[in-house]
Design a protein around this ligand. Structure first.
Ligand code: APR
Ligand code: PHB
Length: 390
């Protein structure tokens, strides 16, 4: 088999890169080791920055997003006795959209299978080779058990945190990794109940953080800060709703409850690996970095990476210009660290550490963001997504 770009992993990063390359006439093949059903069933976050909505729309993937997604004009920050709305259009002229990553992935796969580049599910033993030469290849076993070789010009490592690509990059470069794990986790639920709020609520509470998000006018998505060792089986639906009602409590406001359809505990960490390139192998998305979900940056950072990488590869493979591919890793990492800082800032401001001095610092920071236009604008600009330097 031969193609120009071999893409490893059919998450949002790999699928969107395939789409952007195909739209520019660059042949590519996507290799995914899971089944379509598994990939489409993964529950992930659901906030899209302005540039992500623009990129998906420009790539012809905006129809269902604009039909079923919900445009949001701000968020609420809450601490005991106060719930304050940050008005994004007034603060920075941008909005965000609520549309599940699961739905984005389904739209990408549907478009891919409907005349897009080849997408091979259930492959195994994927191994990129000769990435330091100008004739790399990817060996893999296809779904029928046949060993295959995919000759290519470039390999894109969009295979997530546990993929095969990053170890190859770190093994062959002056690489560095940075990691911070947080002493708390999120217990997340999906519930068949209309959201009790028009905008997302990020709540600081002595018992711990809570987030009220949503998926549609009839499905709510909510999160609770819990100890990372918590077992989901120890959390009955009643216990979850009681904890949520306590943390969102506000005079004259009621949290609506309903049947919980999914619940899980999510670990929280920050991780960055540099560089994001080794020879003809380029990393994008979770393969190179992980952010805690408090800043809603995971998916948006993956989209930003492949928007930069797609433009750079088109310029290299069509115009033989290497300037953008040579600066890709540095330019992508600049945004990665901006988003890593913002996600750490939101996480540190809103989660209880158990230390009372921290609590007073957090409340002072929250009061500042809720009373200072400058501090509110800084948060709004980062939350809605800083412009891409494509
Ligand atoms: N061979 C083929 N596919 C692989 C391999 C492999 N060796 N290892 C992993 N994969 C696949 C996974 O099954 C997954 O479908 O690569 C894909 C990586 O997708 P994601 O983990 O979703 O990563 P990415 O596309 O970078 O999207 C990042 O996902 O985790 C969220 O918060 C994160 O929103 C962010 C987004
Ligand atoms: C979500 O809707 O799942 C969500 C929203 C905002 C976040 C994290 C997750 O910060």
């Amino acid at each position: 088999m031969r193609t120009r770009v071999a893409i490893i992993g059919a998450g949002p990063a790999g699928l969107l890169l395939s789409r952007l390359l195909s739209l520019q006439g660059i042949e590519n093949v996507v290799l995914e080791n899971r089944s379509r059903e598994y990939v489409e069933a993964r529950i992930r976050a659901g906030i899209l920055e302005q540039h992500t909505v623009d990129t998906l729309t420009d790539a012809g993937l905006g129809d269902r997003l604009h039909r079923e997604g919900m445009e949001h004009h701000g968020i609420y920050l809450q601490y005991p006795g106060t719930r304050h709305k940050l008005d994004f259009p007034a603060l920075c002229g941008r909005t965000v959209w609520v549309y599940g990553q699961t739905e984005v992935t389904k739209d990408l796969i549907k478009a891919q299978l409907d005349g897009g580049a080849p997408l091979l599910f259930e492959v195994s033993d994927v191994s990129p080779e000769d990435i330091d030469t100008d004739a790399p290849r990817v060996r893999f076993t296809d779904a029928d058990g046949n060993r295959q070789v995919l000759e290519c010009d470039v390999v894109a490592g969009t295979d997530g945190f546990h993929g095969v690509s990053r170890p190859l990059v770190t093994a062959g470069t002056q690489s560095r990794t940075w990691e911070r794990t947080y002493p708390y986790a999120w217990l997340g639920i999906l519930a068949d109940v209309a959201p009790s709020t028009d905008e997302l609520i990020y709540a600081w509470h002595p018992d711990g953080f809570a987030l009220h998000s949503m998926r549609s006018p009839s499905v709510s998505r909510l999160y609770l800060q819990v100890d990372p060792h918590e077992k989901i089986e120890d959390w009955s639906d009643d216990r979850i709703w009681t904890a949520l009602a306590t943390r969102f409590a506000l005079a004259g406001w009621q949290l609506q409850t309903g049947p919980i359809t999914e619940k899980s505990v999510l670990p929280m960490r920050s991780f960055v690996s540099a560089p994001m390139r080794r020879g003809r192998l380029f990393l994008a998305g979770d393969a190179a970095h992980i952010v805690p979900p408090t800043g809603a940056k995971g998916l948006n950072l993956a989209v930003a990476d492949v928007t930069l990488l797609g433009t750079a590869l088109v310029r290299w493979l069509q115009e033989k210009q290497t300037d953008l591919v040579d600066s890709y890793s540095d330019r992508a990492l600049a945004r990665v660290w901006r988003c890593t800082h913002f996600s750490w800032f939101m996480t540190s401001m809103l989660h209880r550490s158990g230390d009372d001095f921290d609590a007073q610092l957090q409340l002072s920071q929250l009061r500042r963001v809720c009373s200072s236009e400058a501090a509110a604008r800084e948060l709004a600009e980062n939350y809605t997504g800083l412009p891409l330097d494509t």
